[in-house]
Design a protein around this ligand. Structure first.
Ligand SMILES: [Fe+2]
Ligand SMILES: [Fe+2]
Length: 183
């Protein structure tokens, strides 16, 4: 086990939960929840793009490509998928600004689909290898860099993100909607 992998997987848990809530909400066509959906999208845009993907691109993957050059092509594909997610967030936000629920719902469900398969690809492909083979000193170096990066998002960022995901889930879907474990 490597902490550098465990932490990004933990982030996947939070973003999966928030994406599941978005997916259920747009499927149920809950147009009267527009304000909550705006809040959810704004959380996801920060947590997925500015936090998680930025951390992977600035810290995690540069070390991985250097240590495991065989992953170069796969990492190039991962970066292209991050870019695609950025473009999808813009489409969702534009539709929200225009108050166009149907366009928002279709862009949001594409975003959910894209991100779900992206996260699965990372967890099935690169992560298990890194979890087995990354040297402990490099793992510790990454962990320290993560701490500096995460502190820029304010105190208790993980705790606040988890609380937000639980709260928006209760607001949009009702308490106890997902009776399976999220992580
Ligand atoms: Fe990623
Ligand atoms: Fe990721």
């Amino acid at each position: 086990m490597r902490i550098s992998v465990t932490l990004v997987q933990y982030e996947h848990g939070i973003l999966r939960q928030a994406l599941d809530v978005l997916d259920e909400t747009v499927r149920n066509n809950s147009e009267d929840h527009m304000d909550d959906v705006k809040e959810l999208i704004s959380f996801l845009h920060e947590f997925v793009d500015r936090f998680h993907h930025a951390k992977e691109e600035q810290l995690f993957y540069p070390v991985i490509v250097k240590e495991f050059p065989r992953f170069q092509e796969e990492v190039d594909g991962i970066y292209a998928e991050h870019q695609h997610a950025r473009e999808q967030f813009q489409l969702v936000e534009r539709a929200l600004e225009e108050g166009d629920w149907d366009s928002m719902a279709s862009a949001a469900s594409e975003l959910v689909h894209h991100m779900t398969s992206h996260v699965q690809k990372e967890e099935d492909g690169i992560f298990p290898v890194v979890d087995d083979e990354l040297s402990l000193p490099l793992d510790e170096q990454l962990n320290q860099a993560y701490q500096v990066f995460t502190s820029e998002f304010g105190d208790d960022y993980y705790q606040r993100a988890e609380m937000f995901a639980n709260d928006i889930q209760d607001r949009l879907l009702g308490p106890g909607f997902f009776n399976h474990g999220i992580y």
